[in-house]
Design a binder for this molecule. Structure first.
Ligand SMILES: [Zn+2]
Ligand SMILES: [Zn+2]
Length: 350
């Protein structure tokens, strides 16, 4: 077994603290990864504090993992020691259901294995995430990081990047399309960069104009404050696609009114409240309200290659793991531009 150093939440609501555990010896198709950096996703905070219930403790969070391959199993064909690789939100799935066969493992009908607070496909071994010094993952669930991307800033692509890329591709963001990104945080800032690189006309809808200069720098063509009442009148019927990244309650009917005929609003952020909706917000202009969950392994690799080609990474604040609890409080307050990334070198004994 491989002794692994980590930070874990011992129980719901416990702060994260040093923890050690064992990972499996690599099997034939496994890759052993020396983790260099791991992004902090808002989901990590929700799960470590058990805000959605069902958390498995002790919990080592982290699903924006990048590192270097140190060992491979005897049958591994895709990777070799020294390769720069990533692991995102899932580490396995059933591989035989219709969705897995269609490269949509994130919608596995038999239950995917999430990277942490979940179970391996044996349905009994608990998975532990990237706030740790190493991870062992089947090669079919490991991604290749393009050589030109810095590892620290590439880490958030593994969740934030694919969470935005997948709906932007699915709903055809590109030249001639007007796309709005609602919320300019960890998810939203990736949405702006990717939608801009896809050739869409990009509008940021943010609570205030505080981040306007950033929005333009990230690639937005337009920037509007949703706190200004005239915004909704001015932009009524404007967009082909709105991607909603915010985790707070909004007036859904008001936002649907910003869509054109046949426009779609996609939910990727997770508000605590249920979504109240007036039927005519949809019926009036044949609009769609949809949702999207990360992306499959093949699409995640496609996203990484796209980001490599367009030099897209996340805007990050790199921290030592000892500051993780402080970072969690700042994530909740949206006090980060735009993603915390943990430098796992800080975990190793001096
Ligand atoms: Zn995430
Ligand atoms: Zn499946």
């Amino acid at each position: 077994m491989l002794k692994t150093l980590a930070y874990a939440a011992a129980a719901a609501k416990s702060p994260l603290a040093p923890y050690s555990f064992e990972r499996r010896e690599p099997k034939e198709h496994d890759v052993v990864i020396d983790i260099k950096y791991c992004g902090i996703c808002h989901t990590d905070v929700h799960l470590a504090r058990d805000e959605w219930g069902g958390g498995i403790f002790p919990m080592v969070p982290g699903h924006e993992i990048v590192g270097v391959v140190t060992r491979v199993g005897s049958h591994v064909a895709k990777f070799k020691p020294g390769d720069k690789v990533g692991v995102g939100c899932l580490v396995d799935s059933c591989r035989v259901c219709d969705h897995c066969r269609d490269h949509l493992e994130q919608y596995c009908l038999n239950g995917m294995s999430l990277t942490y607070s979940s179970y391996e496909q044996d349905k009994k071994t608990v998975t532990q995430g990237g706030y740790s010094d190493k991870i062992v993952v089947d090669e079919n669930y490991v991604l290749r990081i393009p050589g030109n991307l810095p590892l620290d800033a590439a880490a958030p692509l593994l969740c934030a990047g694919i969470t935005l890329y997948s709906p932007l591709i699915h709903w055809h963001a590109g030249p001639g399309k007007k796309v709005a990104i609602l919320g300019l945080g960890g998810l939203g800032h990736m949405g702006v960069k990717i939608a801009h690189a896809l050739g869409a006309e990009v509008t940021v809808l943010s609570h205030s104009l505080k981040k306007q200069a950033d929005g333009k720098r990230l690639g937005a063509d337009h920037f509007y404050a949703t706190s200004a009442p005239e915004t909704f009148a001015k932009l009524a019927g404007s967009f082909d696609l709105i991607v909603c990244t915010v985790g707070t309650g909004i007036d859904w009917n008001q936002y649907l009114g910003l869509l054109k005929l046949d426009g779609t609003m996609v939910v990727v952020g997770v508000p605590a409240e249920q979504i109240p909706l007036a039927a005519f917000s949809l019926i009036g202009m044949r609009r769609t309200l949809a949702g999207s969950l990360i992306g499959g392994i093949e699409e995640t690799q496609e996203m990484l290659d796209f980001c490599g080609k367009h030099d897209i990474v996340s805007d990050v604040e790199v921290i030592p793991i000892q500051k993780v609890n402080e970072a969690y409080d700042r994530v909740v307050k949206s006090d980060v531009r735009y993603r915390f990334v943990i430098d796992l070198a800080s975990l190793k004994p001096a």
